[in-house]
Design a protein around this ligand. Sequence first.
Ligand code: C2E
Ligand code: MG
Ligand code: MG
Length: 742
Amino acid sequence: MTQQSPQDELIIFEDDHHDETPGNGALPWKMLVVDDEQQMHKATSFALQGFTFENKPLEIISAFSGSEARTILDNDDDIACILLDVVMETENAGLDLVGYIRDELKNNSVRIILRTGQPGYAPELEVISKYDINDYKAKSELTRTKLITALTSALRSYEQIKVMEAGQAGLEFIVQSSRELFQERSINKLAQDIIAPFAQLAYVSPNDVIVCGAHKSSPSSKAIVLASGSNLNIAKDSSISDLADNYKEVINNVFVEKQSNFTGSTLCLYADTPSGHKLAIASTHSTPLNFVTKKLLAVYGVQIAASLENTYLFEHINEIAYQDNLTSLKNRNGFLDTIQKSLDSGNRQCILLLIDIDNFQAVNDGLGHDIGNEVLKKVATLLQSTFSKALIGRASGDTFGVYLPSSTTEDQESAITNLYKAFEHTLNIGDNELPLSVTVGAACATESEDSANNLFKNAGIALKYAKSNTKGKHQFFDSAMDEQLKLRLNVIKELKGALENDEMVLFYQPQYCLKTNQYIGVEALIRWFKPDGTIISPMDFIPAAEDSGQIVHIGEWVLKTACAQQVEWLKQGLPPLRMAVNISMRQFKDPNFIDFVYETVKSTGIDPKYLELEVTESMVSEDAMVFIDQLSMLRMDGITVAIDDFGTGYSSLSYLQRLPVDRVKIDRSFIRRVETNAGDKTIVSLIVKMGHELNLQVIAEGVEDEEQTEVLLELGCDEVQGFYYAKPMHPDDVKDLLLSKS
Ligand code: C2E
Ligand code: MG
Ligand code: MG
């Protein structure tokens, strides 16, 4: 037994009763004394009278048996330390209780000091380490000082364990909440969602928390409020200069110092990202933060920074995905998205214009892509200044969209008038003064209309219709257009396999020379004989075949069949006839087109000088450069080129001299009234003169009677083609016709 000082009496001799409730406001340390001897309880209370650890008093709870202690422990997981008698109702009641605490309650934080009745009794070492027992003392050697020392050390280790547990729980909490933050797609939402976990970690009310953001490129004073708790009563996007002084000061400071500040009465967590986004989360608080909380907040700051970077990245990607880089307008997706939001908000009085620049390809080809881009940018600016209240987007290459929400019928009509007015002036691009014309498809939302896609589709149908029927003008969508489109889609479907099923046939319409009074050529014209006996005109299926790309395949068949027919007629004893074959733009754009023509000439054995390709005038003006190059290559081989439907397109007559062509075919529409309409006669006369000046042959198509022929003769037209001379006919009929004439 050790020597004892006067105050160091054995506590077992003390029997005064003392108040066990803690004396001050701070939550006390709870200690459970488990002993079957009443006196031990009294002695312990006496010995620990006035005991405090880290300014917190002690609350002693008493239990007189192992089983009573179990009940207490079942209901209170806040007990810091147990002073435990080993022998009570049974030999091992104390050690059994320890086993219960650690194994069943899984309470590993409570500290345990064993007291044994007999000096010299020591539980086995194995038990001490297995059950994490802090200390064991014989009752007889437990002096007041020793008890206090043992308790102090037990409480210290309890506190550390609790801190570690809090740290671990805090980390788990941070990981959990960060997982959610990482999913955030908008900065404002992220800022809002940061608040609750922050408040929980920092032991503050979420209503007092404010989140401010700034970018490193701008001064901190430019920081704005991204989200705030309800007590602060401050609007999102407010400047931080509008905040209360304590917030303003600490937020400004952390932005400048680039580190969190947990020292003052307003704490502030700072986070920044590699790309320079900064965030400050601040709140007033009453209790000072402990070491663990500060560490946890720091970890949370790192997680916020990662989420912040992620969210900004996402927002940026979103911007790119919804914005057109060249014009900075919304791109098709962004445009559609915004229209959808407007429709969703109940807006039905709206109009969508799809504006297509006419012959934009010619600008690109003729003046280069840089100028083309400049034109697009200028058009974007022009539209923005013309429609200051509208949503403007770039729908595709050279098609822009103007969406006017809440517009009356008058607004809608004047929108179109204003649009065309805006394009009356030439665009100033570098050294070029460019006249531009546009074709417009318009669609209005209906009461039942609820999809931007549908509105867009309708305007697109109207635009398509306008482009092929009224280029340079506008068209409002109506459902008949939709019907037409459906029919076209149907044709596309039916066209599949038509060639392979031998449903396509070539007819040939003879061409007559007015100078020699002889048939000198034929034009190959395709016919579609469907299995049900109907004959479909090329006017009804060629546009669909062009749209779907099937024209390439069909066109190859036409070229091969026509060339082979020309050679076949020669064999049958007919004079050599010029074979004119219609070629679509889509075929010209096919990279194998030229090769295919050469191969066909070779494989069929046609003399290339008898092969003529017909291209329409509108095609030429659409893509002049592609044409000029390709036509020149073909002509080098002796193949001739005719411009079909001349006079209906948009190219000026002077355009002709730049084109490598051999023949001009005056469109049927001028011939129809050439003998009665002075204007048409003048045009025909002009085309003939101009053609001759450029050394081109001139042929008139659609000649239906004697009178027309006479006028054409008078005007000096070289050749004619029309029902008056011969209809498109089966190759055998051509043979009969020509053999009968020779
Ligand atoms: P196009 O090349 O201008 O062909 C002349 C059209 O005028 C033919 O119509 C012909 O039958 C018609 N026609 C000829 N003489 C007269 C006349 O005196 N009066 C009237 N009212 N019409 C006359 P078709 O065969 O219906 O062809 C229409 C269009 O279809 C052609 O116009 C051409 O652009 C296109 N086409 C025809 N076959 C082919 C082809 O194999 N490939 C391509 N890409 N297009 C073709
Ligand atoms: Mg033709
Ligand atoms: Mg024609």
